[in-house]
Design a protein. Structure first.
Length: 255
């Protein structure tokens, strides 16, 4: 009975979180499209490119991989692919989620729970701002489970830096504008902000995927528990009938 109550609580929480996470993920997707369009127009500006102010990472620098897992159970193999990837990854890593194994890896520069990620994102933020300002990494990837819809969850490795800039039909990139500040510093701050926002978008999609899986597993678990309880009740009734029948026979013999 205690196990069933725990599963019921997890199922209830997952139902609440799925709806919330789906709505936020959809909202973030729309914001991401707008933000990408803005930063694309800035960094693809012909004047910035001619002035050689665009941020281009050194290809010889190491790669930073950010893994997003989860803290809570009842998620099946949600972290299986992530842990498999972490195990063979020799690059610099950030691990988010207590269910991700660290395998005593010396390349892990930050490990935090999902709860810490929500309450103190500054730890990740500081690493990103320092990385862009001092050109520490040639590439930054986020590895996580991406939520598309309730029927489509995908293990994803998303490159969020450097940007794959592709011009969009109808957009112009030759606007002439003046900057009353250090352009390199401004672009570095802008790129860092964009990367941090992309990480949060990935996390929200991971959160939605996590709760979709948890809701499915807990629903099936409750169904299985009910089936077991029904079978147990059926067996108890059978035993009781046998005892009652035996008692009737005993009384009949005495009579």
């Amino acid at each position: 009975m205690a196990i069933k109550n725990v599963v019921k609580v997890m199922n209830f929480h997952s139902l609440l979180r799925v709806d919330k996470a789906r709505r936020i993920a959809d909202k973030y997707k729309n914001t991401e499209d707008e933000l990408t369009a803005i930063i694309r127009k800035i960094l693809l500006n012909k004047n910035i490119i001619l002035d050689k102010k665009s941020i281009i990472p050194n290809k010889n620098n190491p790669i930073l991989n950010i893994y997003i897992g989860n803290d809570l159970g009842f998620c099946g193999d949600f972290n299986f692919s992530i842990n498999k990837e972490v195990r063979k990854d020799k690059n610099v890593k950030i691990l988010i989620g207590s269910k991700i194994h660290n395998f005593n890896d010396q390349n892990i520069i930050l490990r935090m729970t999902k709860e810490d990620f929500f309450s103190d994102f500054s730890k990740v933020e500081n690493i990103i701002y320092d990385a862009i300002k001092n050109d520490k990494y040639s590439m930054i990837n986020v590895i996580y489970n991406h939520y598309h819809n309730v029927n489509h969850l995908e293990f994803t490795k998303k490159t969020i830096y450097p940007f794959k800039y592709e011009s969009v039909e109808g957009e112009t990139y030759d606007e002439d504008f003046g900057l009353e500040t250090d352009s390199e510093s401004m672009l570095s701050e802008l790129v860092s902000l964009y990367i941090c926002y992309e990480i949060k978008i990935c996390e929200m999609n991971s959160f939605a995927a996590e709760n979709v899986i948890r809701q499915t597993i807990t629903r099936e678990s409750l169904k299985k528990i009910d089936e077991i309880e029904a079978e147990k009740t059926k067996e108890e009734r059978k035993i009781k009938k046998q005892k009652d029948f035996k008692a009737i026979l005993e009384n009949f013999r005495k009579f």
